[in-house]
Write a protein that binds this ligand. Structure first.
Ligand code: PLP
Length: 435
């Protein structure tokens, strides 16, 4: 067979393992196994009906052709208005680049700005693509530790101490994946002060900006003088439950935006035209579905985190935004030697991470599969009802013995469900059953 000789740069590229777990979970689903999906970071809500209608209507009207690489002018203007309004800073449409999802902004911006030896500060734990792309671009990744005792916000003094003459980019993510931590206005102002007028860009990943439960979202783009050095990443995936549509955007100074558009021309050509038409409706139309989803997430968060904290050995800070919980499980004593299959190794990695985090060591980025999500109503239902149920196959599957006693890997569910199998026997939560 022909030898596959990959370019050496491929060895530097990481991945988001949540997608691998998702593939495996879907394959098991096809075999008839019951799967509760907690691996992938997406709302379990449907895209709002008005947005679906706008997409279908656009298809019927022939929005099925190539469009400009930077995005359809009408959507770019709509995004400029929206970002201008929400971040309280004037934005023009030539400062907007529409891309297939928020992720390409990370990819393109790092490709466009980072060269060998450039230092990039990124949150740790954090979205794994930051670290992957920094390595890919031969930059030097410098983790900004996010600590439990600070509710996973940034220690600005520590961040300031990490800035050097080689720092080219600082990545911020608030609300944060995977901890649910947020940066307050004061944090952001302090970070801006620490950066000062150095030649440093900020990639501000605000993809969860509308899913915030305590406090208000504040963008570094709103800080006077910071618009020209901020690349704001936002999109439709989380806010409008549109993950499969692939629609996101970056807002940045026009000279950089045109370079990012060039990368779009070289890769995707453009973002699908009919999804962009749906995006216009999402931003301009009725927003009540966003509020409804956000309120439901808040309710589930309260139930789920309260439940986690009742389990011996678990402690979980209250996430302030996004849809992730990040419990500390070091005191369970149940996390050693659990690397027997992918789910348990997920559990193990989570434990290890928390363990080391307490020891205040910088960590590798945390993959999306290594967190515990609280976004699924189904899981909450189980959490709520399991203690009182003594039979039923699906409940029993959660109540399997701890992994040390498992023979063949038998847990079909992703990270939270495997964790749930440990915690449910001891859990007592009274919450209304969801339908
Ligand atoms: N940034 C963060 C922090 C995320 O969690 C995600 C998705 O999980 C993205 C960016 C990418 O979002 P999209 O699906 O729109 O590419």
């Amino acid at each position: 067979m022909l030898e596959l000789r990959l370019a050496s740069r491929m060895s530097r590229l990481g991945t988001e393992t949540a997608f691998e777990v998702l593939n495996r979970a879907r394959a098991l689903e096809k075999q008839g196994k019951e799967i509760i999906h907690l691996e992938i970071g997406e709302p379990d809500f449907d895209t709002p009906a008005n947005v679906v209608e706008a997409g279908v209507d656009a298809l019927r009207k022939g929005w099925t052709h190539y469009g400009p690489s930077a995005g359809l002018p009408e959507l770019r203007q709509t995004i400029a208005d929206y970002v201008g309004r929400t971040r309280k800073v004037p934005v023009s449409s030539d400062e907007v680049v529409v891309v297939p999802g928020g992720k390409p902004i990370i990819f393109f911006v790092i490709l466009a700005l980072i060269e060998s030896g450039d230092e990039v500060l990124y949150p740790n734990p954090g979205f794994p693509i930051y670290e992957s792309m920094v390595n890919y671009s031969v930059g030097k990744g410098i983790p900004i530790p996010l600590r439990e005792e600070r509710d996973f916000s940034v220690d600005v003094k520590e961040l300031a101490s990490l800035i050097t003459d080689h720092t080219r980019l600082i990545i911020l993510n608030s609300p944060h994946n995977p901890t649910g931590g947020i940066l307050t206005k004061k944090d952001i102002l302090d970070i801006a002060e620490a950066i000062g007028d150095r030649n440093i860009f900020v990639l501000s990943d605000e993809i969860y900006s509308r899913l915030i439960y305590d406090g208000e979202h504040f963008s570094i783009m709103s800080v006077p003088g910071f618009k020209e050095r901020t690349i704001l990443l936002d999109g439709f995936s989380k806010t409008y439950a549109m993950t499969g549509w692939r629609l996101g955007y970056g807002v940045m100074r026009a000279d950089l935006a045109s370079q990012i558009a060039k990368l779009v021309t070289n890769s995707n050509s453009c973002t699908a035209s009919f999804t962009q038409m749906a995006g216009i409706e999402a931003l301009r139309g009725d927003q009540s579905s966003v509020d409804k989803m956000s309120n439901e997430f808040r309710r589930r968060r309260d139930t789920f985190v309260a439940g986690l904290n009742k389990i011996k050995g678990f402690s979980c800070r209250m996430p302030k935004g996004a849809f992730y919980a990040f419990p500390n499980i070091t005191r369970t004593g149940r996390y050693r030697g659990l690397g027997r299959n992918c789910f348990w190794s997920v559990w193990r990695r989570l434990s290890t991470l928390q363990c080391r985090q307490l020891a205040r060591k910088p960590e590798p980025s945390l993959g999306a599969d290594r967190r515990l999500g609280w976004k699924k109503s189904q899981v909450e239902t189980r959490l709520a009802e399991s203690p009182s149920r003594s039979n039923g196959e699906s409940t029993r599957s959660f109540l399997r013995p701890p992994p040390a006693r498992l023979g063949k890997p038998r847990l079909y569910k992703s990270s939270l469900s495997s964790v749930a199998s440990l915690l449910l026997p001891r859990l007592t939560i009274s919450a209304p059953r969801l339908v």
